[in-house]
Design a protein around this ligand. Structure first.
Ligand code: SF4
Length: 453
């Protein structure tokens, strides 16, 4: 699809297209040293640290903040990295308001929580300005057993780094030209720039982790992987985005949210104009809607088939989107993308109401008779979730899957085939980067224990 296909009929104000730096200023600008010192000194250094308990990777928050107060930034960064090797990206993309900062005791006392995310970013930025050799020197390989990590995203990277630092030879298999998975290609740029994701990849490479560009399961079979590697970690994430299943969705001018985000992150001159319709109510839909605004769209309208109350996006993301100027339409479900002169020109919707809760506890969506309406637009961005991949594995190599997700023993990440472990989105259906990091690290520890037993 050409860049032209993402523009409207040419009447859009291209003068609105800003440079990459100014169109995507970072969501939480960096603290300078003075501001970081003041913020770090607000911390109470709680002995029971609910912030640490709320972090899936259990970063010792009071410890790393304390080190900032004494200007021991190296020690602060190493404290973070010892728990979370992707401390840089997590400091930018974590939903801190529902994790560490949401648990901060300051909230209970009606004070502003300590800005843990920005302090973590401060420490990690300093680390990457001058990486510490103890974290960038390959450890000697002390074990004969090699480990393969399938997928180049956060779960695989965390697993690979942990095992490599413990003396195992590890190879990450990823089909994309650049590793990093969603961190590189799928997270909105105002949260995480590709170059930041790649700095972490390079650090992990410097530890001695090997990266091979190959699609396991297609160009390279699992049987072949098993011949070379003693254990395999599956961190391949989810598949492509779900299709709407309505007429017209294959027309030019329709692009799913992940492809849209990938396209603008990898094409500096990518632009959007005219009126954009985003379909979905999750964080990815919000990311795409915000980006469309920043890329020059005059209007961005987000349609969700349930109400605001049921919207799965985090409240902070929703609030931000309103500030960006995204307009929200509730209780409307698309039934057709209408084409004109060979490309999407409008979406037909039907109004909905919410019925009783189904077995999952969610209220069912019921179309309202005779309520169809059309909404003209220049670009349609469906964002209704990613397909699950694990069916591909079902009954393969004895790895069980259920509802499209790999079945694992939760504490260890071990699958029903003891040579395979798994973590990240392919076991949880799509959660946060920090959850994937925690899964990868947990599995690495279990794999090391299994090899040593
Ligand atoms: Fe500091 Fe808040 Fe964590 Fe207490 S809960 S250690 S005040 S960040």
């Amino acid at each position: 699809m050409s860049q032209r296909e993402f523009s409207s009929n040419g009447t859009g104000p291209e003068s609105r297209v800003l440079s990459p730096e100014s169109r995507f200023p970072e969501l939480h600008p960096a603290l300078d040293a003075h501001a970081a010192a003041i913020e770090a000194n607000r911390c109470l250094f709680c002995y029971d640290a609910p912030c640490t308990a709320a972090c899936p990777t259990h970063i010792d928050v009071p410890r790393f903040i304390k080190k900032i107060t004494t200007d021991n930034l190296r020690g602060s960064a190493l404290t973070i990295l010892s728990s979370n090797v992707l401390g840089l990206s997590c400091s930018r993309v974590c939903p801190v308001d529902v994790l560490c900062e949401g648990a901060c005791v300051m909230v209970r006392e009606n004070y502003k929580p300590i800005e843990i995310g920005r302090l973590q970013r401060f420490a990690m930025d300093r680390f990457y300005e001058k990486p510490d050799p103890t974290w960038t020197t390959p450890a000697p390989v002390t074990h004969a057993e090699k480990v393969a990590c399938v997928g180049g995203g956060p779960a695989s990277l965390a697993c690979a780094a942990e095992l490599r630092r413990r003396g195992y030879a590890v190879t990450v298999f990823d089909n994309r030209p650049l590793p990093g998975g969603l961190n590189t290609y799928g997270v909105a740029e105002y949260k995480l720039r590709p170059q930041d994701s790649l700095r972490e990849v390079e650090m992990i490479r410097s530890l001695g982790v090997e990266f091979r560009q190959s699609l396991v399961g297609e160009s390279l079979s699992l049987e072949e992987v098993e011949k070379e590697f003693a254990l395999v970690f599956l961190g391949m994430g989810l598949g492509t985005m779900e299709r709407l299943g309505i007429p017209g969705e294959s027309l030019p001018g329709v692009i799913d949210a992940l492809r849209f985000i990938e396209r603008y992150k990898t094409s500096p001159d990518f632009r959007v104009s005219g009126r954009v319709v985003v379909i979905g109510g999750g964080n990815t839909a919000i990311d795409a809607a915000n980006a469309a605004r920043r890329l020059g769209a005059e209007e961005v309208h987000l349609f969700y088939r349930r109400s605001e109350r049921e919207m799965p996006a985090f409240k902070s993301e929703f609030d931000r989107s309103k500030v960006e100027g995204v307009r929200f339409h509730w209780l409307a479900q698309p039934t057709e993308v209408i084409g004109f002169e060979g490309r999407a020109a409008a979406v037909r919707f039907v109004e909905t109401r919410l019925g009783d809760a189904d077995q999952s506890g969610r209220r069912v969506v019921v179309p309202v008779p005779d309520s169809q309406f059309e909404f003209a637009c220049d670009l349609v961005i469906p964002a209704i979730g990613q397909a699950r991949l694990a069916e591909l594995l079902e009954d393969t190599r004895g790895i069980s899957a259920k509802n499209g997700l790999v079945v694992v023993d939760r504490p260890t990440g071990r699958t029903t085939n003891p040579r395979y472990f798994a973590g990240g989105d392919c076991i949880n259906g799509g959660r946060e980067v920090v959850d994937a990091v925690a899964d990868g690290k947990r599995a690495a520890l279990a794999m090391a224990a299994q090899i040593s037993s």
